[in-house]
Write a protein that binds this ligand. Structure first.
Ligand code: GLN
Length: 439
């Protein structure tokens, strides 16, 4: 409210305001906000108050956006449902008995029910696109290096990027304009000039070549979702694009490679939570007891599982067999995409292979849950960009489709997403559950 008042006062005085003046933005709780708790939805960090802002927050605030709240997520962004949060799950606004997707489920649900105009999430293996799809909003995973990760609490840093979650493609482009920038504080941040992403939203996709990866439209995906994706592709064809089938032959190894790499990096990144420098501190006087007890109580079971598996994959004797092999598979997958992009401008596939499922349905079966990431993880492995847009409803539940682009092709995938959105009405539909305060 204070920020809003300041912006109003400045406006009255005729001062030039930032590009996001007065826009309410919700922020995933793994992105550091100065003097505001940043918990990663973990007991380990339940009382952590960062003394600094992440670069993304700084950039938003500099443009006069208003940070209205921190959003629920899977603990340390590990999950696809937001059920692994220490604070409980985020329900799906379209059907509150179902999951909102994850791990940025709180961000997507907040945008869907209009608690915020836009939100920020992070995507390590699909965590922006999955909840965007399940909550019928737009979610972008930017190219690796385009958005600074400074102040994003690390889960698997070779894979993750911060990305916008919004109600439409225009807002998504607007937010990307603000957050995409070089940052000397993040050594993986790239230095490239980008145009105003909103200027590319001209509806023109004549001559565009769409590749349809057959592996992502195959068995294992709900047939009704495959149909919805094809319907979208035919619509884009009517708008002047052409399409053809393509293949990503190594994608069958994407999930094991992703989970090996993500867990290995997680085991290393999460070693810092020892309860001594910071993090949950258990009772005791012997260092090793405090350390192991604190980590047992502070971390939930999914986080512990990943630390153990990741430590195993990195241990002597197994490193070559697991971690190194996963890195090699990552290169093969990257090559598959490069080959596909020689013939096609963008690729289109469902975002999720299934509809939002019931809370509690899969959380006890980690492998079944990991399988739901099949359509999203390969984009993180190859480092390119992808945007998920609403593409229909099945039994009143949202379906999302992703438009995948080569590295730094955000302008193009947003243009295609916008052309599709402007010729459909899915994004205008509102969920049954709306925020009582607003309505
Ligand atoms: N669902 C994936 C996982 O659990 C992706 C998570 C993410 O993108 N943060 O690892």
């Amino acid at each position: 409210m204070e920020t809003a008042k300041r912006i109003d006062a400045e406006k009255r005085k005729g001062k030039t305001l930032g590009r996001l003046a007065g826009v309410c933005v919700a922020v995933k709780d793994n992105i550091c906000t100065k003097n505001v708790k940043t918990t990663c939805s973990s007991r380990m960090l339940a009382n952590f108050v960062p003394p600094y802002n992440s670069t993304v927050i700084e950039r938003l605030v500099n443009e006069d956006a208003i940070i209205v709240g921190k959003t629920n997520m899977d603990e340390f962004a590990m999950g696809s449902t937001t059920e692994s949060s220490y604070f409980g799950p985020t329900k799906n606004p379209w059907d509150v008995s179902r999951v909102s997707g994850g791990s940025s489920g709180g961000s997507a649900a907040a945008v869907a029910v209009e608690e915020a105009i836009a939100a920020i999430g992070s995507d390590t293996g699909g965590s922006v696109r999955c909840p965007a799809s399940f909550c019928s909003v737009v979610g972008l995973k930017p190219t690796y290096g385009l958005v600074s990760r400074y102040g994003l609490i690390a889960f698997a840093n070779s894979l993750e990027q911060i990305g916008p979650i919004t109600r439409d493609v225009y807002d998504c482009a607007l937010l990307l304009n603000v957050i995409a920038a070089n940052d000397p504080r993040d050594s993986t941040s790239v230095s490239i000039d980008h145009d105003d992403y909103t200027e590319q939203l001209d509806g023109i996709i004549k001559g565009l070549k769409i590749g349809v990866p057959k592996e992502l439209m195959a068995e294992g995906t709900d047939e009704r979702i495959v149909k919805a994706a094809w319907k979208a592709i035919y619509l884009l064809e009517e708008l002047g694009a052409s399409f053809g089938e393509t293949s990503l032959p190594n994608i069958e190894y994407a999930l094991p490679a992703y989970y090996l790499i993500a867990m290995s990096e997680a085991s290393s990144n999460l070693a810092r939570y020892d309860g001594i420098r910071y993090g949950y501190r258990a009772e005791g006087t012997i260092w090793s007891d405090v350390f192991s007890k604190g980590r047992k109580i502070g971390f939930g079971s999914e986080v512990r599982r990943r630390i153990i598996l990741g430590t195993y994959a990195l241990s002597e004797g197994y490193y070559d067999e697991y971690y190194m092999k996963a890195l090699k598979v990552r290169t093969l997958i990257k090559n598959d995409f490069e080959r596909a992009f020689e013939a096609f401008d963008v690729l289109i596939a469902p975002t999720m292979p299934l509809l939002p499922f019931k809370i509690g349905e899969k959380i006890t079966d980690p492998l079944a849950l990991y399988l739901t990431d099949i359509d999203t993880v390969s984009v993180n492995l190859m480092g390119g960009c992808a945007v998920s847009v609403p593409c229909g409803f099945i039994e009143d539940l949202p379906v999302g489709m992703q438009i995948i682009g080569k590295p730094f092709d955000e302008e193009l995938i947003l243009r295609v997403a916008h052309a599709f959105e402007q010729n459909t009405s899915h994004h205008q539909r509102k969920p049954k559950f709306t925020n009582k305060i607003n309505s």
